[in-house]
Ligand binder design. Sequence first.
Ligand code: TRP
Length: 451
Amino acid sequence: MVHETWSNRAMFILAAVGSAVGLGNIWRFPYLAGENGGGAFVLVYLACVLGIGLPVLIAELIIGRRGRCSAVASARSVARESGASGGWAIVGWLGILAAVLILSYYSVIGGWLVAYVPITATGTFTGADAAAVSARFGAFLADPWVMTGAHAVFMAITVGLVAQGVRKGIEAAVRVLMPALFLLLVLLVVFAMVEGAFGEALAFLFVPDFSAITFGVVIEAIGQAFFSLSIGMGAMITYGAYLDRDTSIPASALTVAGADTLVAILAGLAIFPIVFAAGLDPSGGPGLLFQSLPFAFGQMPFGALVGTLFFLFSLFAALTSSIALLEIVVSWAEEHRGWPRAQATLIVGAISFVLGLATVLSFNRLSGFAPLGFLPGLEGKTIFDLLDLLTNNIMLPVGGILIALLAGWVMKQSVIAEEYGAGVLRGPWYLMLRYVAPVAIGLVLVFAFIA
Ligand code: TRP
């Protein structure tokens, strides 16, 4: 099945950036940096994006453009083209499983944004001190019904957008919303620079304490690089399938990775000055965004308006990612199961919604429930923590190894050269893909979990 190509090159970039930029940048990157020693994490993260993420992203786009199909069919066809087993389709299957699992909690956190739009708009945070802001978040977490409602709204919007077919929707949304989110983030960074503890934040984020770098930190950084770039699960294979012949794959990958990293750093620069000025704990976990920025909104002029816009734009950024997550599964169900699109969308959305309830409960009723707590290293981990660990720190890195092996060792070098194009740095990229990426990911996985 040959897909149509993007209406033009810029639109491919916008859609790929739209899928990459989301909760990973604004919500997950800051709290992981906070939990894993700040500068140590940021440094390792940047190294992982350059040394592992970028090579794998290029590989996914190459596999997609060569295969011109969904991740499952593209992986199978590029393997067969080079005389290898069609069993490489496993890359796509793993990706579909990861997409369902990630969407289940992505939608719950997306729901937090949904809820925070009206909470902020009604002036809840105007003049509020840090304790009041944290208490408001605590009250939100404690109520599974409100959180489930917000999760339902987020999933319903995602399902609605995907059911209508996404092309026009994504392109229009991303073209307007990405620049808007970017400008608003810059504004927040300026506010944080003037009013927050900017020097302390800079030192925290960019002066690495090398002794804080452990295998645990490195696997978190690898997982975050994969999550944030939307790689390791074949999603970018799907995007590559829409790419036209004369677009440079390495240049596109560099643009996507650059934009993604910039937004994450801006989010960190907006959040941490507030964290330190308000005396919050940088290692406060998944609530960090919702406990820090609303405090700033309460202090700045027009803060209720700025805050509402911030949560709204972040929500749109999350939606351009969630529609891509759902699309991965739906396009597979259409192609391989022959389900009508609307029906496939509803069924997959419903499954992810129900799975998401486990994440909702992980923040309240089941916050003390650690299903695998008897295993060393998993003590106290909630269902949400385990889902996050399984997908981001295990499934995506394993998917990344498989993709690196498929493009680096299985596919013929002539095919790879043709798809990479005349672009510079093909030699170094190929070395990174063949040796550095799979060995580094493999070793870190082994040391972080087994040793
Ligand atoms: N990159 C997205 C974010 O940062 C999350 C994500 C991970 C994703 N894998 C994906 C989005 C696959 C679309 C497709 O929020």
